[in-house]
Design a protein around this ligand. Structure first.
Ligand SMILES: Nc1ncnc2c1ncn2[C@@H]1O[C@H](COP(=O)(O)OP(=O)(O)OP(=O)(O)O)[C@@H](O)[C@H]1O
Ligand SMILES: O=P(O)(O)OC[C@H]1O[C@](O)(CO)[C@@H](O)[C@@H]1O
Ligand SMILES: [Mg+2]
Length: 962
């Protein structure tokens, strides 16, 4: 596929190639129908047809080639086979995406033409829709609008799909409060089944060790099932409940039953480790009880064991029901009706040991408990200059120990995937700890995963480690076993969101399932919720355990996901490196500068610490620019970073280097170039938000005049507003979200105690509604108002009525604290106090509203483990990028006179590092700044979290006004 002139959020002209006459005809038919393109021009000589609608043109050319055709046919077959299980886009090099005004119409067309489809973020609220054209290409449409544009999308009533030209939209000023994001577009009207008997019944259970976030998962499944016209059931006490059966254990659940669950720890429907279910007789009872309760689909939220059980249950199902029928324990009707077990897994376990998903529900909350505990221990360790051996959970998996090791910059970790002989680990640990002590560190933290072993599979206990630290190093050493504290408390924001989004997706998955569809497991890859085949995930997970048992540790490690391997490599590089023997040869060693720009955000210090220590392990010299660009321009505030002065930075909030919002041009770009020249920097890392983004753009544009800037430059996005173009995640946004969520939980409790009260919480985030939207999802706020939508009065009126109804129907039930989240910039006219007054007046005595201002609490205290560990990952990727781009830039510098800033390879060396869906990507600042940013609004043109709003709304029953 050749894509010419790709433009933001669409394309204006492209050429696709057919390798057979048949597929050529099919392609013409496909494109004209799918994209409603009516204007067809054929060129007989060239054997091509161009179809267009004035703003987009697609040229289909015929180049007969049987060999290529058979390759295309194969590819099509393969892609079709993975329609329900894998994201097509990760299997092709490029895909073509058009903007659409009404994605549902495109979907209808594809369904009518019987083309396969994939929808994102979900079937229920598709914002992106993909299909396969007859030529083997992945073609998509997106309704993700330029959220900043004041031009409303055409109403859904419009019969024909229309496509934007893809041209960057006009820049509008923020003073306009018109309806920028039309969330109602995401609410397809759902077919409601009126006949109770015909309603599908979806049950959810939690199983294995409890995990924070399980309650959010259950809540989302119950409410989503009801929202989609199904009956919702819960199975109490995990598989135990299935084995026992009856209405006491398999209960129908209402919308109200799960109110407020997101903010509760543990699992309210109970969990168990059930021995009987491991036996066929137990599973036979389970099958019988499910059928008796009339359950059509079962969603299991549990760890590797629970999902292994689920997988087995499904594979045995046909023989189980045969046996039940033969023994007359079920009727023929029941047999016919429940022939296929519709099952789905959402992975809930603190261990994070399930293959194919990056994170399991609960893992980041447990990590949060661990890091908080180690931060506490660090203080007392420092006072006494002691060593601590901390035991963390993780039966067969070292994820918790590894990530905690990175987040707290522990000295040494023990994980089951990478064992050593007893003498090896003793020597290595003592060597590293001694080096750290010699460099001036007063504390020693060693983390031992519960499942830690040596190469002969002998368990390594904290006592073994303690003995070595005392006997060989003479350290005053204590053991701290964290135990079930790790599974305690409420879920962090990430887990609440993950559990909620996965719950919604699980319901979609079971509703779409056919007898032929393999059972799915709902996973997450980077930032994207995906479906994976349950059988395959279970198989891979079991293989890890088997490889460990077989002492094939290389294989065990290779079976862990690539992110795990990357984390381990990073941990070793930054915490165990020998600075006297760096990795790179002398001629490859660089001088790399780092600067913080903008407001503080959680994880900034972790990024600096990781960048600098990684540089040291590679042999580079890390330089800090203190107090931003103005510090450099006015006071030459540059110093090389040394290891000792950074002790503790990994877990510290704020910005140790000092930060401000000045851009290079405001500070004096000429002076900055002068100092870059003076220090001969070979690379630059900028950590910050939108001002950092502006800074990178200015430096890149100034390369023409200042050769000192002709070096690789990487921006690591860090801002709680999460508004940096080129990434769906910025450092600090998770810390801020947790700070805001905790504040909201407390305020909600106060509202519940007062009865009949709503708090209007004022949320930071500049012109970005990200924080308000995610917090609304995590705390179950009744409504959120964001700058992208403004506060339309009819919607406000509707929200007040919905609140009044909700208070009325709750009738004295104490759990009903309500929240409304309002981004400060959602309205210029209405502050949180005004809004609360308006709501109180309009409620007319039915309830009242008070404002609440978390203010700079939202900038967070200590950075969250997510922000710390991602900071490390990003920082190391940034340094790697600078290393990789040296050659390009060295030749550019050598050929001074011929500098061509427009050369794509050159401009790509000024880049923004970010997460996009399931990948970490580098995007050139030029592309982002010139085409993908609404500069005056300090916002990306495309908002990636729009679908989250719809889900947050539907899970609280918010009614939307058109
Ligand atoms: N191979 C299996 N066959 C049938 N059922 C199983 C199997 N493995 C586990 N189960 C069921 O799942 C339950 C939970 O499994 P397990 O104790 O391994 O926890 P888990 O789901 O891995 O969660 P976690 O590790 O987070 O505690 C078991 O008690 C059992 O009922
Ligand atoms: O709560 P229990 O049954 O003692 O189980 C503890 C185990 O559960 C987990 O917390 C989760 O699997 C493991 O890390 C730990 O080994
Ligand atoms: Mg497990």
């Amino acid at each position: 596929m050749t894509v010419t002139t790709p433009l933001v959020n669409g394309t204006s002209y492209c050429t696709v190639t057919a390798y057979s006459a048949d597929s050529y005809k099919q392609a013409i038919d496909f494109y004209s129908k799918f994209l409603s393109l009516e204007d067809l021009t054929s060129n007989a000589q060239e054997q091509s047809t161009t179809i267009s609608n004035g703003s987009i043109s697609i040229k289909i050319q015929l180049k007969e080639n049987p060999q290529q055709q058979s390759q295309v046919a194969n590819q099509l077959e393969q892609l079709k086979a993975m329609e329900k299980t894998q994201d097509w886009r990760s299997h092709v090099q490029e895909s073509l995406v058009f903007s659409t005004a009404n994605i549902l119409i495109n979907k209808e067309t594809l369904t009518a033409l019987q083309y396969p489809t994939q929808s994102y973020p979900s079937e229920l609220f598709p914002m992106e829709l993909y299909t396969l054209d007859p030529l083997g290409n992945v073609i998509g449409v997106t309704s993700t609008k330029n959220a900043i544009s004041t031009k409303p999308t055409e109403p859904p009533a419009q019969k024909k799909a229309k496509f934007a030209s893809g041209l960057p939209s006009k820049v509008h000023s923020f003073t306009d409060l018109s309806y920028r994001m039309k969330t109602t577009d995401n609410y397809p009207s759902l077919p409601k089944t009126t006949n109770e008997k015909n309603k599908k019944a979806i049950a959810v259970m939690t199983s294995g060790g409890d995990a924070q976030g399980m309650n959010s998962n259950v809540r989302a499944i119950v409410r989503s099932a009801i929202f989609k016209g199904c009956r919702a059931f819960v199975v109490m006490e995990g598989y135990e409940g299935l084995v026992r059966g009856g209405p006491e254990y398999i209960k129908e659940c209402s919308w109200e039953d799960v109110r407020g669950w997101s903010a509760e720890g543990g699992t309210n429907i109970g969990t168990a480790r059930c021995l009987e279910f491991r036996e066929r007789a137990g599973r036979l009872l389970g099958a019988q009880h499910l059928i008796e309760a009339g359950v059509d689909a079962l969603i299991v939220c549990g760890g590797d064991g629970s999902l292994t059980g689920a997988d087995l249950f499904r594979s045995e199902w046909p023989s189980l029901i045969e046996e039940l029928l033969a023994n007359k324990r079920i009727s023929q009707d029941q047999f016919d009706k429940y022939k296929h077990l519709n099952i789905c897994g959402t992975v809930g376990s603190i261990d994070n040991d399930m293959s194919t998903t990056d994170a399991t529900i609960g893992a980041y909350s447990a990590l949060d408990r661990i890091c908080t505990a180690i931060d506490y221990v660090e203080a007392t360790a420092n006072s006494h200059s002691r060593a601590f051996v901390v035991e963390v959970m993780g039966r067969n998996c070292g994820w918790l120990a590894l990530l905690a090791g990175i987040a707290t910059s522990a000295d040494y970790i023990f994980i089951p995937e990478k064992p050593a002989t007893s003498s090896e680990w003793q020597d290595q640990m003592c060597d590293i700890v001694s080096k750290h002590r010699a460099r001036g560190k007063r504390t020693t933290i060693v983390i031992v995963a519960e499942g830690a072993i040596s190469v002969d599979l002998t368990p390594i206990s904290p006592a073994d480690v303690h003995k070595v630290l005392v006997d060989r190093l003479g350290l005053d050493t204590r053991i701290t076993t964290l135990g079930h504290v790790q599974r305690g408390g409420t879920a962090v924001a990430y887990d609440r969101m993950l559990a909620t989004l996965q719950g919604v997706e699980a319901v979609n998955a079971v509703l779409e399932s056919t007898p032929e569809t393999p059972s799915p497991l709902i996973a997450i890859n980077e930032n994207k919720i995906v479906r994976k085949p349950l059988v395959e995930s279970v198989r891979l997970t079991k293989e890890v355990a088997a490889a460990i048992q077989a002492k094939d540790f290389k294989k065990a490690m290779s079976l862990r996901d690539t992110e795990f391997i990357e984390h381990l490599k990073n941990f070793m590089a930054i915490n165990s490196a020998d600075h006297n023997e760096p990795k790179l040869a002398a001629d490859k060693r660089l001088k790399i500068a780092i600067v913080n720009v903008g407001a503080p955000a959680g994880g900034i210090n972790s990024a600096v610490y990781s960048m600098a220590t990684y540089c040291m392990s590679q042999g580079h010299k890390p330089y800090a620019i203190y107090n931003g660009w103005s510090g450099l321009a006015r006071h030459e505030s540059v110093r090389s970073l040394d290891w000792k002065s950074m002790i503790g930075w990994q877990s510290r909030g704020g910005s140790e280097l000092g930060t401000n919002r000045n851009t290079p041009e405001e500070a004096d770009i000429g002076m900055i170039a002068y100092y870059f020249q003076k220090y001969q920097f070979d690379g630059l890392v900028i950590v910050g938000g939108f001002e950092a983004f502006e800074s990178l753009n200015q430096l890149e544009k100034a390369r023409e005049s200042y050769p000192a800037f002709r070096i690789p430059m990487v921006l690591i996005p860090a801002t709680l507003s999460n508004n940096v173009p080129g990434t769906e995640y910025s450092l600090g946004s998770d810390t801020a979200l947790n700070a805001l969520m905790e504040y909201c939980d407390v305020v909600k409790q106060s509202a519940a105690s007062t009865r009949g009260r709503t708090f209007v919480v004022d949320v930071q985030g500049g012109n970005s509604g990200y924080l308000a939207t995610c917090a609304a999802l995590a705390v179950g706020a009744q409504a959120s108002y964001v700058p992208e939508e403004g506060i339309p009065l009819p919607q406000l009126q509707q929200d007040i009525e919905t609140l009044a109804e909700s208070f009325e129907s709750a009738k004295g039930r104490g759990r009903n604290g309500k929240l409304i989240l309002k981004s400060t910039n959602a309205s210029k006219a209405l502050g949180a106090t005004d809004l609360a007054n308006v709501i109180t007046a309009e409620a007319n005595g039915r309830f009242d509203a008070k404002p609440a201002f978390p203010g700079h609490v939202q900038q967070g205290g200590l950075p969250s483990p997510i922000d710390r560990t991602r900071a490390t990952r990003f920082a190391i990727k940034a340094v790697d990028f600078i290393e990789e781009q040296q050659q390009t830039m060295a030749s550019v510098r050598a050929a001074d006179d011929e500098f061509n800033a427009d050369d794509k390879d050159v401009s790509a060396t000024a880049t923004v590092l970010g997460v996009k869906r399931s990948h970490i990507v580098f995007s050139s600042i030029r592309q982002l700044y010139d085409y993908e940013t609404e500069i005056s609004l300090r916002m990306p043109k495309v908002i990636h979290w729009q679908g989250t709003r719809a889900i947050a709304d539907h899970l609280v029953g918010r009614k939307r006004v058109d």
